[in-house]
Design a protein around this ligand. Structure first.
Ligand code: NA7
Length: 545
């Protein structure tokens, strides 16, 4: 290998995926430096520490499967663990394998520059640290840049303001306060019942209602934990067979194979007993793909909302009318709808009464003024590409990644972009949407496999082939090619980038499912790593096919 380097690999981010990458690289004898902006590990699970933040994938299915020690030594206390336990888990993993001293905390990367002559990357952080490496692995997460809509007057507000995605470490008290929550996505609907418990008045400012499903969480007994540990390899195998990497399997028949009474009895059973996303993925096979089946299910859900919310007008405003169930990731709730029956909780429909401005002492809408002590922004993220385009990545010929992706991300397998050799992205754009760790573990394994292949063969430069990236990106978009029966209806959706004004609307995630993703990786490998161009830095040679 040529060019003086400090480390073989710099990993950016110490969240779920970065920690996994660190472990696998160290286990394979690569010298690694991790740079992490936070003061602790966890990434998304470090920053999103708002009350009641929790998994909506089953805890055991979300944990790491790569290590027998972790599988044996860790017990989850709940079927859907809360943020504090998730953060503990990630700290446990880091310490169990002695990885902490490889991580530099408080290190926000603001420059990643390719040196063509040396064939190396120089990674800089905002606090002036600099490290030169042969490879960079960006594990910056898909939900790591909080988005606050630019509403006039926000900086003039004299009370407390928080974003769910950047929640402070010290306790935030809602006790006796007049609080507004803006946004009703997954974060908002988790937080809102917690705020209602102690606030003197809560105003929920909702632009678009979502189809929420009951979480039906449960705590595990010691016997249940033991049983989960004993069968964890079966769970691993099951998650490998499903489209999303979640342990739910659809019912094996179409909605209209049953008459209405049977169908609604099935929905009722799923609502009462179905955990997590079972309502979505354990439903009739065509519940999310056939318009008629989806409409029928949405009718059931609308009736549920009406049964849970006392005021029919509030129930109407909480019922979506612009998208079908599953067109957006359905938030999972615990007591959310019932919160609106409380005297001191108010729902403002921003489509009927938009925000005009934020005042020093509250929020002014077109029809009212709300005096407030606190505003909580549950307004989502510049998702998927936001963190990567802010890293200050400059590749071959001084080309910026942000410019290369101006029209949307362009990748091969979601792992690399042509023009940025030796820079890998794990769990970023074009990664499979679903159960995140089940998707990103494949990325980590492929990157480590490629680095080992290069080491064995004396290669030190790898770059995605332009044509392979064009084919891959087109294949990603194929997943949402026009389908007359589709339940996808326009509206904002972070997985298309449409929640951020001005961001190009592109499908940002891979929607052909994990089994297909795996088969694409295997096809490349079987064809001698087709789609990648390898060379040694001294004598470039085309190893791609
Ligand atoms: P989401 O799902 O992007 O939700 C953001 C919410 O903020 C949503 O209700 C938005 O309404 C609302 N929003 C965004 N901009 C505005 C403005 N300008 N005015 C009013 N309301 C606004 O983010 P979350 O953090 O809840 O969840 C992200 C993911 O985390 C989730 O999908 C799970 O995978 C876990 P809109 O729908 O755009 O009308």
């Amino acid at each position: 290998m040529h060019g003086a380097i400090d480390k073989d690999v710099v990993v950016i981010g110490a969240g779920i995926t970065g920690i996994h990458a660190l472990h696998q690289l160290v286990a394979n004898h690569f010298d690694v430096q991790v740079l992490e902006a936070g003061a602790g590990v966890g990434g998304t699970w470090y920053w999103n520490r708002y009350p009641r933040a929790r998994f909506d994938s089953e805890s055991y299915s979300y944990g790491y499967f790569f290590s027998e020690e972790i599988k044996r030594e860790w017990d989850w206390s709940e079927m859907y663990a809360g943020q504090p336990e998730i953060e503990q888990y990630l700290n446990f993993v880091v310490d169990r394998f002695g990885l902490r001293d490889r991580i530099r905390f408080g290190a926000r990367v603001d420059g990643v520059t390719f040196d063509e002559a040396a064939g190396t990357w120089t990674v800089r952080t905002a606090d002036g640290f600099e490290v030169r490496s042969r490879f960079v692995v960006a594990a910056t997460g898909i939900l790591s840049i909080p988005y606050r809509p630019p509403i006039e007057g926000a900086e003039s507000f004299g009370g407390e303001q928080y974003h769910t995605g950047q929640w402070p470490a010290q306790e935030v008290s809602f006790e006796g306060k007049r609080v507004a929550v803006i946004g009703s996505g997954s974060s908002g609907v988790q937080l809102i019942p917690a705020v209602a418990e102690s606030a003197s008045h809560l105003v929920v400012l909702q632009r678009t209602p979502n189809w929420c499903a009951p979480l039906n969480n449960q705590t595990f007994t010691a016997a249940e934990q033991e049983a989960m540990r004993a069968t964890i390899d079966d769970l691993d195998r099951l998650c490998r067979t499903t489209f999303t990497g979640m342990p739910h399997v659809s019912l094996g028949r179409s909605a209209f194979d049953d008459d209405k009474e049977q169908r609604w009895a099935t929905y009722e059973r799923l609502w009462e007993q179905g955990h997590g996303h079972r309502l979505w993925f354990g439903n009739y096979d065509d519940a999310s793909t056939s318009r008629a089946a989806n409409d029928d299910f949405c009718e059931f859900l609308s009736a549920k909302i009406r049964s849970l919310v006392d005021d029919p007008d509030v129930a109407r405003r909480l019922t979506p009318n612009d998208h079908g169930f599953g067109a957006k990731r359905p938030p999972l709730v615990n007591g959310y709808y019932e919160t609106f029956n409380l005297e001191h909780v108010e729902l403002v429909d921003l489509r009927e009464d938009p925000i005009v401005r934020i005042l020093p002492n509250g929020i002014e809408t077109q029809h009212a003024t709300y005096e407030l002590d606190m505003i909580v922004w549950a307004t989502g993220f510049d998702a998927v590409t936001g963190a990567l385009t802010r890293l200050g990545v400059t590749g071959v010929g001084g080309r910026r990644l942000a410019d290369a992706w101006a029209d949307g991300p362009f990748t091969f397998l979601g792992l690399q972009t042509p023009g940025f050799p030796n820079l890998f992205i794990v769990g970023g754009p074009h990664a499979t949407q679903g159960n995140i760790p089940r998707s990103t573990e494949i990325h980590v394994d492929v990157v480590v496999e490629l680095l080992e292949y290069m080491r064995t063969n004396g290669l030190d430069r790898i770059e995605a082939d332009e044509r392979a990236a064009a084919e891959w990106t087109a294949h990603v978009y194929d997943a949402v090619a026009d389908d007359p029966d589709s339940v996808h209806v326009a509206g904002t959706n972070w997985s298309y980038g449409s929640n951020i004004p001005g961001k190009p609307e592109r499908l940002l995630m891979y929607r052909h499912g994990l089994p297909t993703y795996r088969s694409k990786v295997a096809a490349s490998r079987d064809a001698g790593y087709r789609g990648w161009n390898f060379s040694t830095h001294a004598e470039p040679e085309d190893g791609g096919r």
